[in-house]
Design a protein around this ligand. Structure first.
Ligand code: PXG
Length: 463
């Protein structure tokens, strides 16, 4: 099939999609009236839609396609595995070679003190697993009252009951009376949006100290864990001030609670190290992973478990009544192994740290000079630009939050680049295989998009 020509009847597909498909995180009524975009193929960092348009995938799918789209090697590895053993479970004292090999591999890649993995199929399931593991661990350790988990407002940990509850998305909580009991939220280290008169370093320390205060309020004997993303992704690529994680570490060193570092986005090279924990020197007790583990070729998630937690979870004995039909799926394990093999062979983690990361950052942060941009930030290969009505004024925001972000996002797609809007900021998280030339194109389209948005806002008298 020729991916560049219009071989699909777009209108017919849109009508069928509208009739039968409910999309995630979507106003389906609005989408159905507009018609969905249909992506028909992808190679490297480029997507092709059903009208033959080429679009640069600035979001690596949904923050996950580290090795780029359409790598035959993964398809071959999965084909081979499926021909040999397409499915068997890992319950009832059973295992299989690909999951055994993958577990050893992950133990090698993970920080020293993490040597075990529990598998599932997504980041949300990983965090549901975290929720149950934290509570089971403390039960096993004879401290069943240590049940509360502290998360952060505007953190994202998935959309199942536990994922939504641990996350701090208020709009999600509102649908379905969440969070579940036993979850507490503290503020996020979002200096650009919430730093007020403090400088970033003061603000970072102040936000970290909320953890200390929350533990005191709830009582250390009642707190099981603190969960956080190293850099918040879905919340808008919130890169904490340099003072934040050292202060959190100082606080946790005095407290007997678990640290859960959600590596679903930051893991697998996104920040220029294998894990976000390696960037900030965090010693996690549990690390939920997903996305980059298979580069999204097949759904797979997991929780990396520290030796400390293994003591309660494993050494003390007893069954942990938890698991999924697809825990440790052999085809997903084969995809993960082939993906990690490519990442190592092509040194993608080093490429992000020393080459494409700094290269793109320099060009991306230069967008900060645009009249519409209040801040352009980047770490590894995640970046954000904050759109503002008035330069140099962090406290003035657009009316009807999100409107301008959406206008800008729509221009971006029209111009051939996927960026994601979060409130009135635009974010990117491109595949780690992005070339210099593609990075140039990405920034060029982003600048044109800002120009188009600026002109449009002037026309509409919105600035
Ligand atoms: N933790 C983090 C840090 C995530 O970013 C999850 C857990 C849940 O993973 P699953 O595989 O259940 O989706 C995520 C997922 C967006 C967007 O638009 C972000 C995610 C998922 C879908 C959309 O930014 N992050």
């Amino acid at each position: 099939m020729n991916a560049t020509s219009n071989v699909y009847p777009t209108k017919a597909l849109q009508a069928l999609d509208a009739a039968h498909h409910i999309h995630p995180f979507t106003d389906t009524k609005e989408l159905n009236a507009e018609g969905t975009r249909v992506i028909t193929s992808a190679k490297g960092v480029w997507l092709t839609d059903s009208d033959g348009h080429k679009i640069l995938d600035g979001m690596a799918g949904l923050w996950c396609v580290q090795i780029g789209h359409g790598r035959e090697e993964i398809a071959e590895a999965v084909h081979k595995q499926m021909s040999e053993l397409s499915y068997y479970n890992t319950f009832f004292k059973t295992s299989h070679p690909p999951i055994i090999e993958l577990s050893e591999k992950l133990a090698k890649l993970a920080p020293e003190h993490m040597n075990r993995v529990f598998y599932c199929s997504s980041g949300s399931e990983a965090n549901d697993t975290v929720f149950r593991m934290v509570r089971h661990y403390w039960d096993q350790m004879g401290k069943p009252e240590k049940k509360t988990i502290i998360g952060r407002w505007n953190g994202y940990h998935g959309s199942t009951l536990a994922g939504t509850s641990l996350g701090g998305m208020k709009a999600m909580h509102k649908q379905g009376d969440l969070p579940v009991p036993g979850v507490h939220h503290i503020d996020q280290p979002y200096w650009f949006g919430e730093g007020g008169d403090m400088n970033p370093e003061e603000f970072g320390v102040a936000m970290a100290r909320q953890l200390d205060q929350a533990i005191d309020e709830i009582g250390e004997d009642n707190v099981g864990a603190f969960i956080a993303e190293p850099i918040q992704g879905a919340g808008g690529v919130i890169i904490p001030p340099d003072s934040y994680w050292p202060e959190i570490k100082r606080i946790l060193s005095k407290r007997n609670i678990l640290l859960v570092v959600d590596e679903v986005i930051c893991g697998f090279g996104r920040l220029g190290k294998w894990f976000g924990s390696d960037v900030y020197g965090l010693e996690a007790d549990l690390m939920p992973i997903a996305k980059g583990l298979t580069s999204g070729y097949l759904p797979m998630g997991g929780v990396l478990v520290s030796d400390r937690v293994a003591e309660g979870l494993i050494d003390k004995g007893g069954e942990f009544y938890h698991g999924y039909t697809y825990s440790g799926h052999p085809a997903c394990a084969a995809a993960a192994l082939a993906n990690l093999e490519i990442m190592e062979r092509e040194n993608l983690v080093g490429y992000v740290a020393d080459d494409i990361g700094p290269y793109l950052k320099q060009k991306w942060t230069a967008l900060g000079d645009h009249p519409l941009v209040g801040e352009a930030r980047m770490a590894g290969l995640v970046g954000a630009i904050e759109l503002v009505p008035e330069k140099g004024n962090r406290s003035r925001t657009f009316d009807n939050e999100g409107t301008v972000g959406t206008i800008c996002r729509d221009f971006s797609l029209k111009n051939g680049l996927v960026m994601r809007a979060v409130r009135d900021s635009l974010i990117i998280s491109p595949p780690l295989v992005l070339s210099h030339d593609e990075a140039d194109q990405l920034v060029e389209i982003a600048r044109k998009t800002l120009d188009d948005t600026y002109e449009d806002l002037k026309r509409q008298n919105l600035i």
